[in-house]
Design a protein around this ligand. Structure first.
Ligand code: INI
Length: 157
């Protein structure tokens, strides 16, 4: 493998600007994801002035706000955060599927890392586990993914 040119993104923020879009639905969970994302960005070198945060009503609205932020070209990555928790209705599938498809499309449209940090769980307990307790903090993981992708893409350029 030593003869193969290999690209890998480091986890250090150098002149990186990040937008976070967070869904207010289930905000007791999503606030934890936002805290995890901001903490990770800061600990990897981002200044607060390099981070902007936008709140939308629910995960369904994440793609539109992410698209608007990406279109400004002010950011190197957009991090989307939300919590869709399966209830007794089919709404879960519509909201989680539409949100995921829309977020993926924004990244492709703008050729920008648009990170999917939306929890899709069966229960509130599973969401709590992923928002800073025993299964880590998926907001922090989403932020680390954003940093890695920014550096990877710069390396390829
Ligand atoms: N939005 C979420 O972010 N999480 C959910 O669990 C959820 N559920 O269960 O319905 C949810 N619904 C709201 C949706 O995202 C939109 O805000 C709403 O449909 C208005 O467009």
């Amino acid at each position: 493998m030593q003869d193969i040119k290999t690209h890998e993104g480091a986890l250090t923020v150098v002149d990186g600007r990040f937008a976070i879009v967070a869904a207010r639905f289930n905000d007791f969970i999503v606030k934890r994801l936002v805290e995890g994302a901001v903490d990770t960005l800061r600990r990897h070198g981002a200044a607060d002035a390099d981070i902007e945060l936008a709140w939308v009503p629910g995960a369904w609205e994440l793609p539109l706000a992410a698209d608007k932020l990406a279109a400004t070209r002010r950011f190197d990555a957009v991090i989307t955060l939300g919590a869709v928790i399966r209830g007794a209705t089919a709404h879960f599938d519509y909201v989680s599927g539409g949100s995921a498809r829309g977020i993926a499309a924004v990244g492709e449209r703008h050729s920008l890392p648009v990170i999917f940090g939306v929890l899709t769980t069966d229960t509130i307990e599973q969401a709590i586990e992923r928002a800073g307790s025993k299964a880590g903090n998926k907001g922090g993981e989403a932020a680390a993914t954003a940093i890695e992708m920014v550096n990877l893409l710069r390396g390829i350029d």
